[in-house]
Structures are given as structure tokens and as C-alpha cells.
Design a protein around this ligand. Sequence first.
Ligand SMILES: C[S@@+](CC[C@H](N)C(=O)[O-])C[C@H]1O[C@@H](n2cnc3c(N)ncnc32)[C@H](O)[C@@H]1O
Length: 210
Amino acid sequence: MPTPRQDPPQDSPSKNDVMQIWECRDGVRFLRAIGVNTRDTVVDFGCRVGHYTIPAALAVGPSGLVYALDKDPVPLDELRRKATRHGVRNIVTMTADSPREVDIDDGSVDVVLLYDVLHYFIRSQRRKLMRRMARLLKPRGLLSVFPKHTADDWPSREFKNLHVSDVMREIQAGGFRLENQHEATLSHDDELVQGCVWNFRKNERRTKSR
Ligand SMILES: C[S@@+](CC[C@H](N)C(=O)[O-])C[C@H]1O[C@@H](n2cnc3c(N)ncnc32)[C@H](O)[C@@H]1O
């Protein structure tokens, strides 16, 4: 006999509700905790539908700005619809495939988010991406990385043979110094997970000489 379908209890929130609470409340708290401040300019590279873009826009407030970049225009449409629904006006969406196409002034950015995106890039592309992000950042700028899909964690794409420690070494060799690791509830693929972001500051001497 087929098992009767079990509807979730009426008071349990839907996946959409959970992600909306993340975007409007818990994601904002998380970004503030890692050092995103009112009036900051943030780049969310590989933003998809904006599970970090919306909280970043709320964290920086109306005097701040968030550049949301993705190579795929489809999720950017969804992000723009969401921003309108939330009444958020400080997001600039950009379709960009390579770091060269990122049309933002050098030295104008306070925070770069590279969340669950680096595994799409081969090593030489990652190096170029790091150089471009280092140039975008202000001298005390923050680079925050959420590494997923390494050999330690659902290996996939360019990271399947790399460990988190290898990726972190690469970033440091690219002109950044590790400031801290921050464990938190994070968004990943439309769900909330426990995870760790790695926060870096620009290494002044290296990036000036490029
Ligand atoms: C797994 S999603 C992560 C989305 C978001 N950062 C998050 O954590 O919720 C990775 C996104 O990076 C984008 N992406 C991959 N390669 C890219 C590239 N070369 N340039 C810009 N975006 C890229 C993909 O289109 C995808 O939307």
C-alpha cells in the first residue's frame, strides 16, 4: 500500500520563509559580525540569486552600495525582483564572466565576498581573480571566502583534489594575509548549513608592487 503523503506541520516555516529570514535578519547579523559596516561598498562575486547580496545591502544601509556580479544573467533577474520586493535600492547587478570585465574603480571597495564560487575557476584564473579583487579593495579592505567543494567537503569541479588548506595558501600567496576564521550558520544552495568563512586583509606591500 502506498505510504500516505506527509504534509509538513502547519507551523513549520517553508524553505522560502527560512531563506527570507536569513536574508533579512540572520545574514545581516552574520555579515556585520565579520566586519561589514554601514556605508561600506561590497562586491559579491558569483552572487547567484543573492542570498548574501540582500543581507549585504541591508548591512551597509542606503548610504552603502553592493555590486552583485554573476556570469549567469538568469539568477540576477531573480535577485533584482527580490531587491524590489524588499525595497532595497543599493544593489548594482553586473553580468561578468572574467575578472577583467569587472567594471568597478580600483581602490573603491571595502569588502569582497567570494562565497561558494572559487571552485569554478582553474588555478590560473583564481590567481587573476585574486589580483583583480586585491586591486579593487581599499588598503584595509576585507576579502571573505566561503570555500566549498574541496576534497574535504563534497568535492567537485576544480577543487575536488584540493584541501581547504591548499586554497588558503593560494589566497595568501595571492597577496592577502589571513585575519581570522569565522564559524556560523551560513547559506549554501538555498539551505542553511554550519560552515566557516575565512577572512583576509590585503597584504599592502605585495599589492602595491603589482
Ligand atoms: C554556487 S553559486 C554561489 C552563489 C552565492 N555566492 C552563494 O553563496 O549563495 C556560484 C555562482 O557563481 C557564478 N559563477 C561561476 N563562475 C563565474 C565566473 N567566472 N564569473 C562570474 N560568476 C561566476 C555561478 O554562475 C553561480 O551563480
